[in-house]
Design a protein around this ligand. Structure first.
Ligand SMILES: C[S@@+](CC[C@H](N)C(=O)[O-])C[C@H]1O[C@@H](n2cnc3c(N)ncnc32)[C@H](O)[C@@H]1O
Length: 359
């Protein structure tokens, strides 16, 4: 069904994106378990923040200071944009004017059009994106935007791009029928939104405490980020997030690298996560939990992950008293546009280091 004008102009929320492994539906449960076992932490670390679902849940429930880390700049920019909105971005009226001005720019051909037209986005939307993305950079370079306003606009840009992307939730492939019918024989061929115009929208400010967002490898950062409780939600299968979200990451970085192959990827050397490799995931988890400076460490994992429950327990037990909670979780298989509902078990481990207070 085509989006109504009202829907098209509704503000973006952090969850208005397709993100594999987002804890949006589980964040209430995860937050409640953390508070029950560790009390309300004054300082909380979300080490693999993704969409920020758990960071925002904790910030909204009374944690004064949240630090969120993710290795993808696109995730960090989106969350920073919402943090700026929550902090009451200075010149709120000016931002509304800037959004209007950017949405009214004449479409033009550029890097986005050359790279992605007819694959991940319609040509028309690529040209809109080219005009807006270049203008945001020009405004920032000319001193016309504060760093917070730039984050806000780029968060809106990335969510607006994701909304009109010709994908089924990740960018390791695109749907092939951009100009054909939306469904055929029960198969989802193309999302109707793909043909709606790319448009920036305001960001709905989340109710929150202070959120600091760091784009980095948590393995490098953990030791210098003390917290009262840390939450770790690493990838649990062999699919690298940088492969799944390379388009958004490329739009965020705006370094205009050469793209290769049918899926139009840039050279992602250095961005692969050890948590996606069978041989590296265990040692990476062990060194991360050893480095984290928090008396309470919570780890989400999936029953179908590359590390088995007993392997994880063995690693964690070396760092403190370990408990494992579980909850059944419905997921949708994503085989070429066909959704199959099935249930997996989501595991939440709690490591209480010796001397840590009980919640
Ligand atoms: C399962 S997702 C987290 C989902 C998140 N909890 C949410 O609710 O949206 C795993 C995240 O870890 C990030 N990641 C992978 N390796 C990382 C690393 N070494 N350091 C920091 N982030 C990493 C990925 O970019 C991805 O966003």
């Amino acid at each position: 069904m085509p989006a109504t004008t009202e829907e098209a102009e509704a503000p973006f929320h952090p969850s208005n994106r397709k993100y594999l492994g987002s804890k949006r539906l589980l964040s209430g449960w995860i937050g409640a378990v953390i508070r029950e076992r560790a009390g309300t932490p004054a300082h909380f670390l979300d080490g693999f923040c993704g969409t920020g679902a758990v960071a925002l849940e904790m910030a909204g429930a009374g944690t004064a200071h949240v630090t969120a880390v993710d290795s993808l700049q696109s995730n960090c920019l989106i969350l920073r944009g919402f943090a700026a909105a929550a902090a009451g971005l200075e010149g709120g009226a000016r931002i509304a004017d800037t959004l209007r001005e950017l949405n009214a720019l004449a479409p033009r051909e550029g890097y986005v059009t050359e790279s992605y037209a007819g694959a991940y986005f319609t040509r028309d939307n690529c040209m809109r994106m080219d005009a807006v993305r270049e203008r945001i950079e020009e405004m920032a370079a000319g001193g016309g935007l504060s760093p917070e306003a730039r984050d806000y606009l780029l968060a809106s840009f990335l969510l607006a791009a994701d909304r009109v992307a010709n994908t089924i939730g990740q960018y390791d492939a695109f749907l092939k029928n951009m100009d054909g019918p939306a469904h055929r024989g029960g198969r989802h061929l193309v999302d109707e939104r793909v043909r709606t115009p790319f448009r920036l929208r305001p960001l709905a400010p989340p109710p929150s405490g202070r959120i600091t967002v760091i784009a980095a490898d948590i393995l490098q950062e953990a030791a210098r980020l003390p917290a009262d409780a840390a939450y770790l939600d690493p990838p649990y299968n062999g699919r690298q997030y940088i492969d799944n979200y390379h388009v958004l990451e490329n739009l965020a970085r705006w370094e205009k690298p050469v793209l290769r192959g049918k899926t139009r990827k840039f050279d992602r050397g250095g961005l692969a996560s050890p948590f996606c490799r069978r041989r590296l995931a265990g040692p990476a988890l062990s060194s991360l939990v050893g480095a984290v400076r928090a008396p309470h460490v919570f780890l989400s994992y999936n029953s179908e992950g590359i590390l088995a429950r007993e392997e994880i327990r063995e690693i964690l037990c070396g760092h403190g008293e370990t408990a494992c909670l579980e909850v059944p979780y419905p997921v949708f298989g994503n085989g070429a546009g066909v959704s199959r509902r099935r249930t997996v078990t989501e595991l939440l481990f709690h490591v209480r280091r010796s001397g840590a207070a009980r919640g």
